[in-house]
Design a protein around this ligand. Structure first.
Ligand code: NCD
Ligand code: ZN
Ligand code: ZN
Ligand code: ZN
Length: 390
């Protein structure tokens, strides 16, 4: 097949360090099959599937199932993230070594959905990860500071009577974990950074030689707590949408490398879990098929990143952080053909019902966005072409 690429941009295939595929447990909202399709259409050639499934991915049987299912579907490499603890919010470390050495060769461990709150447990997890040369990806928030929290703590939440979710809940844990990572000589990855203060903490920690990396989601780059005024739970997410000054700082931090990469935190939810009152709704939003466009809108159109920079934050850095030797490689002779072709000038209108995910909870419904993925290749084979899965 001849691929016409006039005026288009060729990039290394995108790598998502943070995807919720919901299998096993919530196959009514997403499966490895449908999530892989969404990933391929979004330009991804590898995704890391979060561990907060049911049952939790805290053992070799589950992670190997996820890995094998991903290979069977064959649209994107699905790397399971192992849970740090037995069960989410667990009090005991999982057998990280068994998962790291199983067929799935787990490279990233996280308790996403709940952070490791106990400092001693976090310290032991970091020390263990150093020995295994894997990464602990911390969902950063101090849960005791967010009990009952429904939205970013500030004027807007106060006006609506919602319990606030302070920036300090995130910043205090990130500071603590950076210090523990430095102590353990461990690699720490901070999930979905959402506040300006966290960017300052990361810059400080990196400055002192901490091996810390961080991701930001497309929605935290674009959306703010101004969305609270809509009362629409599609905007409810963990961590919450913050202020305009936070979003602005996150965009600069990403451009400057203080934040290393973009990760979607793709979080499909059933209609009944979103189409309800704000306080009852589950947090999370879809992200795989809209990520490139939101990055184009917030980072490229604004001049903060050129396409070389997009390759860095969507492919090269996440592949490095996730220890994937075959992804995020420069486009060069002899490199694996994991590639994404993007039409930077084309625009499209987001329709949740038309996305490949089973769920439809996109906060961008009806928005016209720049940047269309026209082809995705996994090891030289087309996985998506002009909006259709191959
Ligand atoms: C995540 C999910 O739905 O699994 N939701 C979210 O808002 N990001 C879990 C989580 O990260 O809290
Ligand atoms: Zn999270
Ligand atoms: Zn949490
Ligand atoms: Zn998540």
């Amino acid at each position: 097949e001849v691929i016409e690429a006039n005026g288009q941009v060729l990039l290394p295939g995108f790598v998502d360090l943070h995807t919720h595929l919901r299998e096993p447990g919530r196959e009514d909202t997403e499966t490895i099959d449908t999530g892989s399709a969404a990933a391929a259409l979004g330009g991804y050639t590898a995704v890391f599937a979060m561990a907060n499934t049911d049952p939790v991915a805290d053992n070799a049987v589950i992670v190997d199932h996820v890995w094998r299912r991903g290979q069977e579907v064959g649209l994107v490499d699905v790397h399971p993230v192992g849970a740090v603890t037995v069960g989410l919010k667990g009090e005991k470390l999982a057998e990280l070594g068994t998962m790291a050495n199983s067929q799935a060769r787990v490279k990233v461990f996280s308790d996403d959905g709940l952070c490791v709150a106990d400092p001693l447990l976090m310290r032991r997890a970091l020390e263990y990860s150093t020995a295994l040369d894997v990464v602990i990806a911390q969902h950063a928030e101090e849960p005791r500071l967010t009990v009952g929290a429904q939205a970013h703590e500030g004027e807007r939440a106060a006006r609506l009577g919602y319990t606030g979710w302070p920036a300090a809940a995130e910043e205090s844990i990130v500071a603590r974990d950076c210090l523990l990572a430095l102590h353990a000589n461990a690699r720490l990855h901070v999930c979905h950074v959402s506040t300006s203060g966290t960017a300052d903490v990361l810059a400080w920690a990196k400055d002192r030689g901490t091996k810390v990396s961080a991701e930001v989601t497309p929605h935290h780059l674009l959306l703010t707590d101004e969305r609270l005024a809509t009362y629409d739970p599609v905007n409810k997410v963990n961590p919450p949408l913050r202020t305009e000054s936070d979003a602005e700082k996150l965009r600069t931090a990403l451009a400057e490398g203080v934040i290393d990469c973009v990760a979607t935190d793709h979080a499909p939810h059933a209609v009944q879990d979103k189409d309800t009152e704000w306080t009852a709704a589950r947090p999370g939003m879809l992200g795989l098929q809209t990520a490139l466009s939101i990055v184009a809108e917030t980072m490229v159109r604004t001049g903060l990143l050129d396409w070389r920079g997009v390759a860095r934050v969507m492919s090269e850095r996440p592949a490095e952080i996730g220890n994937l030797a075959d992804q995020g490689r420069p486009i060069a002779v002899g490199e694996p053909a994991n590639l994404t072709l993007v039409d930077p000038d084309a625009e499209w209108t987001v329709r949740g019902a038309e996305l490949a995910s089973i769920a439809a909870n996109t906060p961008y419904e009806g928005m016209r966005l720049p940047g269309v993925v026209t082809a995705t290749l996994l090891r030289g084979r087309l996985t998506a072409r002009d909006g259709k899965v191959c």
